[in-house]
Ligand binder design. Sequence first.
Ligand SMILES: Cc1ncc(COP(=O)(O)O)c(C=O)c1O
Length: 461
Amino acid sequence: MDVTVLCRLLDGWADGDGQLPQRLADAVAALVAADHLADGAILPPQRELAAALGIARGTVTTAYDLLAAQDCVQARQGSGSRVRRRGVLTAKGATSGRLSSFAGHGHDEIDLSSGALPGLPGVVGAFARLDPIELAAEVATDGYHPAGLPRLREAIAAQYTRDGLDTAPDQILVTSGSQQALWLVAHTLVSAGDEVVVEDPTYRGGLEAFRDAGAALLTVPRRVDGLDVCAVEALLRTRRPRAFYVQPAAHNPTGTSLSSAQRAALADVLTGHGVHVIEDTSSADLVLDGAGFRPSLAGQLDPRRVVTIGTTSKLLWGGLRVGWVRAAPAVVQTLTRMRTTIDIGTPVADQLVAADLIATTADLRRRRTADLVPALAATEELLAARRPHWRWVRPSGGTSLWIDLGDADAVTFVEQARRRGVRMVAGPSFSAFEGQRSHLKLPFWHPPARLATALDRITGA
Ligand SMILES: Cc1ncc(COP(=O)(O)O)c(C=O)c1O
């Protein structure tokens, strides 16, 4: 297994008691027990792991020996140390360490690992305004709405229409967050071994969903000036991928948006090759560059071959867990059938709140922009003063800066920062093949004082 993946999974390994080799061995054993390391996975070479963790090679050697002694790995001369699992529950897909961003950490730790924003106060008001009569009417039913509460499907469709893309409620499937939408689409559209094109870098939850569905990933570079449409065309001329996963606006993690010329060129190429397009617009509401909301690419694509994924997580609050798929009605029906095998439906109260607030999307977008633009300026000023050698291109949307560290290795940097009480995510997490090693994703919305303390702590890392 790749050393950067193991480092991510080993998050916090050095915090425990005992000698360092024992702590490392315990952390690896815990990963094996928790099913994060597949049976037969080969641990990285000792020298590589030692370099990535910033520890002596002998520490890794002793840790591997301890693991072999407890029969947790099998050491074979010349073929490395292999994981031996004897557990009962086995997850089919491998996780990539993203869980640590949701884990809640020591109170002294500064967590810069997630771009997720706190919710808007309006969410509290909307819960308080829930109409008891409407709620009572819902409670009098069985409460299951696999495709989504009709009122919410209407509200989402109406918002697409206001944004310039005519949409009917039967084109909407409400999901529990856009992560579930991605998972459903990946598992419905992709069979094991199908090729799926992803941008490099891209959203790490997307990579997990496609990998989990058994996709063979192909990549096209997502650069600071957008997507390389010529590279997409060249790829589609030689391969016949099943699907293309793209974030046209406020791309996570780079914050870039495609220009109208790039959008038109991309739509032409994708339509010409008949590839299914999975358009993820999760961050598109968060506009920073004054150019306004970029409407979905779906209006320029064959409606039978495009699904658009959206969410209330960025605009409102991640805790609502309301996302959706916009697709042709027949596709929505197929996805709905699949969805009933997972959670049957999204909580009704959350859907009622979302339906209320989605009607005020234009105001909410303005509110988010009004908060994020000064936060971006303050962070840029701080970084220019404290880290003049870091480079980034001002994002057109989203919540993070995609920092280029130049010659420094971001994986090592993140590991050292973590030991100093600052949690961040390095580029390889966002890359299908563990690339982007010189990059770091840094959320810019934290109060400048917190960011300044984090920068103080990591000085010299
Ligand atoms: C591009 C993208 N897609 C999907 C998601 C998942 O969001 P949620 O499940 O909270 O709607 C995120 C969250 O960060 C994201 O950035």
